[in-house]
Design a protein around this ligand. Structure first.
Ligand code: PRX
Length: 649
């Protein structure tokens, strides 16, 4: 391995930081020696209606996995994100919205956001939404997305956000699984100058015969584009809120009441509905936001994630607003209309904390100094990275070019399931090593285990697990607790398995090496290979398919599809396009295979199991170490695949 460059803690940052090196060590010790005491104290970061007396009641034991935090406390999330700030910061911007078009922007103060949330809460109620009902949000990146989330929390409804890039089919599947009663959407979204037909997609999803739960669709007018209208079902957002009162009493929620469901891909089967609950999730999102980004009064914070992903939940909306911060919500993409857009937005709004993804960083890096042309970025203080391993070159470029070698980078490792950041530097406490997510956050107890589940000590490499619970941990899979136990707690008994591999160095720093299961990470978006494969085999000309990931300079990973056609079907340019379009329609553009490898046979064991290890190696061109192929039913398949691979572009 090449020499690791260590960046010592930036003294100017440490001078005013919430957490310094000594403080980190002391608090971390407390948090793992006495979790009860630690979280009893830090649970006070929220305003509770009825204070909790119980702190932690959790078990990772097979057959009895349960996770409960602060279980006898009650609170309301929107009160913590809004009402409690009104006396001190009612006129401070809560959300700065920056449109796709650089001349479009708007600001909502805490007072204004509170009013809009109350009105939309009443609008939801008037459409029949009650405590415990599920509301599906399929929204563009506009302030109303955050308003709709907060309104759900105010009245105790459970939101499930579906990323606006998912297809009607994918949307329908999530609506069916969650049993959503209402869908909130917009006529169209706007991204990189192009309209996204959200309402049309909702119409198509609801036309699916399996979707029977939806009673109403609330539609925000974003572009004014033409939409079909079902007057018995569809209601305009502006009409529903025009007649709604700006007063809405918040529901008193138990800490363990469901807050939201968010679907994510796993290594098998259909997407899983990850459930987060009210108290523990919000304590954890609030506290990690404050310390990981060293949030200080007056900071302008920008997270580029879409609300459709967990980062958009915890660190675009809930974490920042619970801290009374100003959060910037950006409708567009970092390189539209020009490569310097991200830097321009930083200058325009004086952004001091920037949180983005390696894939965006690499896309900008590919254009060199174009990304900072004509900008100063002097307002930046802290920068973050999330979603996939950041390669040291991209880290160095981000640090040097975007951050002018001034700003610490927090490389934050976490997952939809973890609710908040688990492994991360703290800006005033942690010396940085490019490419390493460094050390665990308070209360987080990672371990590295071998394939038998033995905990490995010292500098080592293996599977990343958590040996104890933290408040932001998911509670279950919606409607399928057994699958929850099976997926996360059965590989290694008594431990939460992350699905990631990691290395720990001699300083105790963690280096995430990527997924060790059949999950891909495409531009920081999680995709299950099984999901893409089942979409492919649903295509009438395809007999069999196997998906593997291959390295990609910008996206991190690209999707490589091995496809066997039905007898009599012949590969062609038209079929190539048809297959790609099919996957876009079934799942969405992010799942579109980059490479199609037509073949007559896949390498299988005698019991019929596809040997992905071999397929991965062939796809990456790494055929010198194929390992033992003698267990294959027909070893000659391998040579044929290698030969065919030469022709794949
Ligand atoms: O493989 C890890 C990778 O993203 C996975 C989680 O994906 P998702 O649930 O969609 O959440 C993404 C945003 C939190 C992880 O299992 N991952 C996430 N952050 C990092 C990372 N890999 C390396 N370094 C990171 N900082």
């Amino acid at each position: 391995m090449s020499e690791v460059h260590v960046y010592p803690v930036n003294q100017a940052i440490a001078d005013t930081a919430h957490i310094t090196e000594d403080k980190y060590r002391e608090m971390y010790q407390q948090s793992v020696i006495n979790p009860e005491g630690f979280w009893r104290e830090h649970g006070q970061i929220l305003d509770w209606i009825k204070p909790f007396s119980k702190v932690k009641n959790t078990s990772f034991d097979t057959g009895h996995v349960n996770v409960n935090w602060f279980e006898d406390g009650t609170l309301n999330v929107s009160v913590n994100c809004l009402d409690r700030h009104l006396a001190t910061r009612g006129d401070q911007p809560a959300i700065i919205w920056e449109g796709d078009d650089p001349t479009d922007d708007a600001t909502l103060t805490y007072n204004e956001l509170h009013e809009e949330v109350c009105k939309f809460s009443n609008a939801l109620k008037s459409q029949g939404v009650r405590k415990g009902d599920v509301v599906c949000l399929y929204m563009p990146m506009v302030a109303e997305a955050a308003i709709a989330m907060l309104a759900c929390t105010r009245i105790g409804a459970v939101h499930t956000i579906v990323f606006g890039g998912f297809s009607p089919e994918a949307l329908a599947g999530r609506i069916v699984d969650s049993n959503a009663k209402v869908v909130v959407t917009a006529d169209e979204g706007v991204r990189a100058g192009r309209a996204v037909p959200l309402k049309k997609n909702v119409d198509a999803a609801l036309a699916n015969e399996n979707v029977t739960s939806v009673e109403k669709v609330l539609v925000l007018k974003r572009t004014g584009g033409t939409v079909e209208w079902d007057s018995a079902r569809d209601v305009w957002w502006h009409e529903a809120t025009a007649v709604a009162s700006a007063n809405c009493e918040p529901e008193e929620m138990n800490a363990e009441d469901p807050l939201f469901i968010l679907y994510t891909s796993g290594s098998t089967g259909k997407p899983k509905g990850v459930l987060h609950t009210t108290g523990g999730y919000l304590v954890y999102a609030t506290m990690t936001f404050k310390y990981v980004f060293d949030y200080q009064e007056g900071d302008i914070y920008w997270c580029t994630a879409d609300v459709g992903w967990i980062t958009g939940h915890s660190y675009l909306v809930y974490g920042p607003l619970a801290n009374g911060a100003t959060t910037l919500l950006f409708e567009g993409v970092p390189n539209y209309p020009s490569t310097s857009r991200m830097s321009e937005v930083v200058d325009k709004h004086n952004v001091s904390i920037l949180y983005t993804a390696p894939t965006a960083i690499r896309a900008l890096m590919a254009k060199g100094n174009e990304a900072i042309k004509g900008t100063s970025r002097s307002s930046l203080r802290i920068m973050g990275s999330v979603g996939e391993p950041i390669n040291p070159e991209a880290w160095e470029w981000y640090h040097r070019t975007i951050g002018d070698s001034r700003c610490p980078i927090v490389d934050t490792w976490w997952q939809t399931e973890t609710g908040g950041i688990l492994i991360t530097p703290l800006p005033g406490a942690t010396a940085l090593k490019p490419g390493s997510a460094t050390r665990p956050f308070f209360g987080v107890q990672p371990a590295i285990v071998d394939n038998m589940g033995n905990i490995l000590e010292g500098a080592t490499e293996g599977n990343l697990v958590m040996v104890d619970s933290w408040p932001g941990q998911m509670r279950t899979l919606w409607g399928d607790h057994e699958r929850f136990e099976q997926t996360y707690f059965s590989t290694f008994q008594g431990m939460y398995f992350t699905g990631d591999g990691a290395r720990r160095d001699e300083d105790g720093y963690y280096w995430i090496t990527g997924r060790v299961d059949d999950v891909l990470n495409i531009s920081g978006h999680r995709m299950g290979t099984a999901e893409i494969e089942s979409a492919l085999v649903a295509f009438d000309k395809i007999a069999e398919a196997a998906i593997v990931g291959v390295p990609h300079d910008i996206k991190g990973q690209a999707i490589y599809a091995y496809i066997t056609l039905n007898d009599g079907e012949i590969p062609s340019a038209e079929l190539h396009k048809e297959v790609k379009d099919w996957v876009r329609k079934e799942i969405g553009p992010i799942a579109t295979p980059d490479f199609l490898h037509w073949t007559d046979a896949l390498p299988k064991t005698r019991s019929g199991k596809i040997m992905r290890r071999i397929l991965r190696k062939i796809a990456t061109g790494d055929t010198s170490t194929l390992g033992d192929t003698s267990t294959l039913a027909d070893p000659s398949v391998v040579d044929k695949l290698i030969e065919e691979k030469q022709k794949i572009m």
